[in-house]
Structures are given as structure tokens and as C-alpha cells.
Write a protein that binds this ligand. Sequence first.
Ligand code: NAP
Length: 303
Amino acid sequence: MSNNTKKPLFDVVAIIGIGLIGSSIARAIKKYGLADKVYGYAKTDSTRNTAKKLGYMDEIYDNAIETVKDADLTILCTPVGANLSIIIQIGEHLKSGSILTDVGSVKGSVIRDILPHISEDITFIPGHPIAGTEFSGPESGFAELFQKKWCVLTPLDNCIEVKLNILIKFWQSCGMLVDVMSAEHHDLVLAITSHVPHLIAYNIVGTAADLEKVTRSEVTKYAAGGFRDFTRIASSDPIMWRDIFLNNKDAVLEMLGRFVEDLTALQKAIRWSDGDKLEELFVKTREIRKSIILKEDETNNYK
Ligand code: NAP
């Protein structure tokens, strides 16, 4: 229980999906005193039992409708491909006047799936806390996951400002910096900064594993530095990432097209021994790395 004596932002928060993100949110709500009660729903007995043992929720249900009916804030924390079937179940049982949000890594498809199944008195504000690890499940969450990370909200044109501000306050209270943008822009930015890099990691680890002239044991034995980093990324949850690529097709394909063009240019530079071209790019990318670290330091000092 929190020592916070201020009135919490919400009476009841419902969390649908108790994995890495859902369990981290529940823990953060308890740690920072953001709601009187936190209710959770998970699909399988094993997840529900683990979450019960860990004890960061007031009630854990095997019924999604029961979980959301009294909630002032409902947060969908399931893989994006599961949202449609869930909202069909719970849409008409959401509490009148409540806020519905999600944490999905894709925003356009989430809006497409959710919006037709909720009534006008529900304020739906799509969201994406850009914080995670390669681990999943209810035991992998922790309250500090969101500290000093960005959360993107993509409110719809008719969003009620007061409700948006409450949700912004909620994420800020979890330790996040909040940005507001369109769903389309979010999906394009995340395609190049997160989705395509994951696809490259999955691909390079797959290619290395398939090489016939280099044995699998050699890949494991000499996997230092860069390749080891790729294997960490490529161990991310298969269902979550399958759903991201299936639901952000357009933006991923556009960014992948650009990436392949640039890769072909590099291939040409290597073939023609164009060292200047290679060096020019590597100097530029080293500067980008420096500026990212500098930004992170600024963010840490700002908080
Ligand atoms: P996770 O650890 O695998 O947890 C997923 C949860 O969703 C589990 O509780 C699972 O229940 C439940 N679930 C799966 N399919 C379901 C279905 N069809 N119906 C009902 N419940 C279902 O996943 P996560 O990492 O927390 O990711 C959840 C969401 O957060 C995803 O949309 C992802 O895009 C987004 N996100 C992830 C990260 C990250 O780095 N992981 C970062 C930001 C945002 P059972 O365990 O009972 O099967």
C-alpha cells in the first residue's frame, strides 16, 4: 500500500491482460497511490494464479466483463491482435463516463478495432508507453519500468480535454514524459525506431542459425557484441511481435523499402571499395548515437 495521503486519481482501475506491461502498471498504481482499487483479468489460470500470489491487484477475475464494469479507467494490456475480441466482450459493459485506453505498440489498427464497439459516453484515448523489456508474463513487471520514458497518446479529434489531462497525469505519476500526436504519425515513427529494428534482429538471428558453412555451435560460441545484442532483441515475445507486424503493415513496409534502398547503396559501396562512402555513414551514425545519449542525460536531469 502507498503512503500517499492525496486522493487517488481513480476509484477503480481495470487492467485487461496481466503480462509485463499490465503487471507493471498495477505495481506502479499501488506504489504511487493512483487508485483505490486495481482489478485485473487474464486469459489463463496460470497467469491469474501467479498474479494472485504476487499480490499487486485487489481482485483478479476470470471474466473480463466483471473486471471492467465498475472501473473509471480501463487499460487494455493485451497483444494488439487480441483487442477486437476483447472489446466485443466488454464494450457495452464499460462504466458510463469512464476512460478506456490501451498500451499497444500500434495505434491505427487499435482505433479501427475498438471504436465501433464502444458507446459515446466512453472516452477512448489510445496510448503507448514506450517502455519495455524482452521479458513477458506477470512476474516480469516492475513499478519503475516507466520511469523517465516517453508515453505517446493519440487522442481522437473529439476527445474530452479534461479526460485527456487526467490520463496524462496518470502516466506522469507513473514517472513518464507524455507526448500527444496522431495515430498515423505514431505508427510511422515507431515503424522506423522500433518495428523495423526488431524485424532486422529476428532476421539476422534466423539467417545465422540457418547458415550451413558456419555451424550453430560456432554462432553461439563467437556471439559477442553486436550479434549478442541482436539475440536479446530477437528473444522478444513472438505473439506480441507477430501482431505488431500484422497491424502496422503500411508503415513497416514503407520504412522497410527505404531501408532496403539504403542497404543496397551500402552493398554497392563495399563492392566498389568506396571507403569514403562507408566512413561518411559511420561518422554520421556515431554522431546520432552521441546525440541520443545526450538527450537521455537531459531527460534524466529534467526529471
Ligand atoms: P505479455 O507479457 O505477453 O502479456 C500479455 C497479456 O495478455 C497476458 O496476460 C495474456 O494472458 C493476455 N492475453 C493474450 N492474448 C489474449 C487474448 N486473446 N484474450 C485475453 N487476454 C489475452 O505482453 P506485454 O509485453 O505486457 O504486452 C502487452 C501489450 O503492451 C502489447 O499490446 C504490446 O504491444 C504493448 N507493449 C509492449 C511492450 C514490451 O516491450 N513488452 C512495450 C510497450 C507496449 P495469459 O497470460 O493468460 O495468456
